[in-house]
Design a protein around this ligand. Structure first.
Ligand code: AMP
Length: 282
């Protein structure tokens, strides 16, 4: 495995691999790898000749009051994990490599899919995400790129960017990996105290309760949403940011529960913001 820090070098390697006819899979991450990240890498390993994992905490996607400075980082440990699951190249640029002085170009998907949910709570977040992801695509030249359903809205926004800009990359969304007790794996879980870690279980539990309502025949999205919201609001240590029950393809509002449905929520547990979702087909 090679660790590449320069954008020019990464792009040269990727373009050479493409010329040689190799199929490249990219797994973009912000590092501090857990089994969720590793599941994406393993799938990329099975489906491509070359696997590139990017490890970059992208300052553009953090708000001024968010956790960019304190986001957990451990490049050495990440490199060992990445190598153990067969990554060929880790691309780990410094901020100045990605955004040198005078950097001025941004990619933004406009409209409701970036304005609701996390887009509403984190203004500018998805603009930061689409900008870095398109840059990573141009630097690493992937045939396929792997994203987690954990960030369901992110995956939908990236699909939209790729469609709108005719980007020749196949976007592959992978299922959420959870702890045994149901909490979705996240690098931010390291912020939780042991008490908060227990309180955080309210999030997957409330979403599961919403899914159970639908399985039992509830077709009113508002009733399901309210039930999830009330469960979260009555859980100790939890502050609700948002709860939605929306179309799983494009996040639009539903008049009735049918087809692809996404139950998604964001909550604060203490100071830590956690997101989770369940998608289902009715
Ligand atoms: P991050 O490093 O948090 O930006 O995540 C990098 C990629 O891993 C994103 O596509 C995430 O959606 C994905 N990911 C994060 N957590 C999980 C998880 N628990 N299960 C599956 N994928 C995940």
């Amino acid at each position: 495995m090679e660790v590449i820090k320069r954008t020019a070098e990464m792009q040269e390697i990727s373009l050479r691999l493409k010329r040689e006819g190799r199929i490249i899979g990219l797994v973009p991450t912000m590092g501090y790898l857990h089994d969720g990240h590793l599941s994406l890498i393993k799938k990329a390993r099975r489906e491509n000749d070359i696997v590139i994992m990017s490890n970059f905490v992208n300052p553009l996607q953090f708000g001024p009051k968010e956790d960019f400075a304190t986001y957990p980082r451990d490049l050495d440990r990440d490199n060992k994990s990445a190598e153990s699951v067969g990554v060929d190249y880790v691309f780990a640029p410094a901020n100045e490599e990605m955004y040198p002085q005078g950097y001025d170009t941004y990619v933004e998907v406009k409209g409701p899919i970036t304005e609701k949910m996390c887009g509403k709570s984190r203004p500018g977040h998805f603009k930061g995400v689409t900008t870095v992801v398109l840059k990573l695509f141009l630097i690493t030249q992937p045939d396929r790129a792997y994203f987690g359903q954990k960030d369901a809205q992110q995956a939908i926004v990236i699909r939209k960017m790729v469609t709108d800009l005719n980007v020749p990359v196949k976007i592959i969304t992978c299922p959420i990996v959870r702890e045994e007790d149901g909490l979705a794996l996240s690098s931010r879980n390291t912020y939780l105290s042991s008490e908060e870690r227990l309180q955080a279980l309210a999030l997957p539990r409330a979403l599961s309760a919403g899914r159970d309502m639908i399985m039992k025949g509830e077709t009113d999205p508002q009733k399901v949403r309210l039930h999830i919201k009330q469960m979260l609001e009555s859980s100790p240590g939890i502050r609700v940011d948002y709860v939605v029950v929306v179309d799983g393809d494009n996040l639009s509002d539903l008049s009735a529960i049918k087809g692809k449905v996404l139950l998604a929520a964001a909550v604060y547990v203490g100071k830590t913001r956690l997101i989770d979702n369940i998608d289902l087909e009715v």
